[in-house]
Design a protein around this ligand. Structure first.
Ligand SMILES: [Fe+2]
Length: 192
């Protein structure tokens, strides 16, 4: 089944311009298109898997990049449009319990957000050990923690902020992203 591009009705965001979001959503649409294209191509090459073994191997590896690029962007845009109120709730309580305080967790998450390189910073939750992890993911696919739930997905590819910020201002983008988070949405990801 082909994947469908999701629509996000984002309000005006403080620190992230409409142009920035528009450019970024176009890139997201490209991932959806490529997921479908790679899937279709693999199916076609599988008709003669021996003759096409090399192409299948390359496309199969490529699939993880495109699929995770699609899904991470959906998690990113779905969680934008809130305000800075980290409403006291199950998520903030659990984070404060593990990290000592919300400020401690935030400091670690922000520090990872300004690390050199392109990729994502994720807050994931390991239900088996009831532990949160701040995770660095290179590109879209390298470094994921298997079987953990993604609670926050923060894009730190330069395309996510370069309309509004210079590369050296990545910390300002990280602050803006966090200020626009919908805490009800991310808390629901943690609880469900
Ligand atoms: Fe992105």
């Amino acid at each position: 089944m082909p994947y469908t591009e999701q629509q996000f009705n984002l309000p005006e965001l403080a620190g992230l311009s409409a142009k920035q979001i528009e450019v970024h959503l176009k890139l997201y649409a490209g991932y959806v298109k490529n997921v479908n294209a790679v899937q279709a191509k693999i199916a076609e090459y599988m008709m003669d898997s021996t003759a096409n073994a090399l192409a299948i191997a390359e496309l199969t590896r490529r699939f993880g990049f495109e699929f995770n690029g699609m899904r991470l962007h959906e998690l990113y845009f779905e969680a934008l449009g809130g305000n800075d109120e980290m409403a006291e709730g199950a998520l903030t309580k659990a984070l404060a319990a593990q990290y000592g305080s919300m400020e401690n967790w935030l400091a670690e998450f922000k520090a990872m957000g300004v690390m050199r390189g392109i990729g994502w910073v994720l807050l994931t939750y390991d239900e088996k050990s009831r532990t949160f992890h701040n995770v660095w993911v290179s590109d879209h696919e390298l470094g994921h923690l298997a079987d953990t739930k993604i609670v926050i997905a923060m894009d730190v590819w330069e395309h996510a902020f370069m309309v509004d910020y210079m590369p050296a201002q990545r910390a300002d983008y990280v602050t803006a992203f966090l200020a626009n988070l919908k805490w009800d949405v991310i808390t629901a990801r943690f609880i469900d």
